[in-house]
Structure formats: structure tokens, C-alpha cells
Design a protein around this ligand. Sequence first.
Ligand code: SF4
Ligand code: SF4
Length: 193
Amino acid sequence: MSFFFSQKETKGFLFLLFETYEIIDRGVSVAIKSQEPLKGKLACSKGCFNCCKTHRDIPVYPHEISGIYWYVLERLPGNLKETLKLQLHEYKRGSQCPFLIDGLCSVHLVRPAACRQFNVFSRACSPQEDPYYTRREDVLIPERYYIQQAFLRILPFYGLANTGDPEMAEEFIRSQARVLQHIDWMALARRIK
Ligand code: SF4
Ligand code: SF4
């Protein structure tokens, strides 16, 4: 499957993609608000990136990979492009996320839903910690309603009409999941000029 989009296709796709992420982000805000009183203050903050280093199986969907392709090829500033190209060239399947550059997500605007939703309460993660395994009770539980709405919205990307059936949308989109650390990122590196 090609994740590359032609100029002509890009506009409609981006509209869907950003709507999808807007719904996901709204769901995250709602979940934080409702879970903070029970789990303690949100510990995630800008510049905190241990999770980007420790996680080895981040789910990512084809529409999200296409979004990353678009952003890297069309929007990423030149200096970051060079560094990223190198990181993608040297990337070994299963290593830490290749988009982390100097402690920041180089594709922050189009980072996958899984990254948007991974939030931790109470205290920040220690360097080697993946709280999903060490203290799952502190990890944010995403609001399913928003996930399903986002999945419904992105169905046309897969050539499917939005039938308004959230269960079907969730089942279908989840069946498309890949693992970010298993993608052949060399294919993207080769396109970077
Ligand atoms: S999940 Fe952990 S490492 Fe990632 S931003 Fe939140 S506190 Fe920091
Ligand atoms: S895509 Fe960005 S936020 Fe997600 S793991 Fe990679 S660097 Fe972190």
C-alpha cells in the first residue's frame, strides 16, 4: 500500500485527517477532565518524552501514516528534514520511534491517535518506565465515543461511506492497525529531497 498522496488527492484527505484528530483531541480533553479527580493531576507536559523512547508497539493506521508522509515531505522544516532522513535511513525495526528528535516529536501536528491518547496521571514516567505495564491504573482510558466518531469520519479514506454505524467503523479501522516501529520507514526516507 502506498502512503504517498498526489497533490490532487491531498486536500480532501487532509480535511478528513485533521477533523479526525480534532475529535480524538476533544475526547482526550474530556477523558482528562473526568479522570483527573480520581487518578491525580495529569503528569504529561511538553518536553516529557520517555514514552516515545520506551514504547515499542505503537499502533498506527494507514491514514495516519499517510498524514506523516504528507507532513514530512511538505511541511517539515529543512534542518529537521535532514536529521529525520538520517534517522529513517538508519532505523531498525522495533527500535524507539524514529520521529523523536532532540526530545521533541518532529511530526507533532500529525502524531498518531495512540500518541495523543497516551497520557499518565499522578507522576511523570521514569526513563525506562512504560506505565502501561508498571501502573496501568495511572494511564488515561480514552473515551470510546470519541474514538468511534473519529473512525466514522475517516472511513472515506478507505473508500467506505460513513454509514453512521460506530461499531462497524471501529472494527474496520482497528483491523487496519500496524505497528509504528514495524513500518518500512526507509520508503519515506527515500522520498525526502
Ligand atoms: S506518558 Fe509519561 S513520559 Fe510520556 S509525556 Fe506523559 S508523563 Fe511524560
Ligand atoms: S510519533 Fe511523536 S509522539 Fe508518537 S512516539 Fe513518535 S515522537 Fe513520540
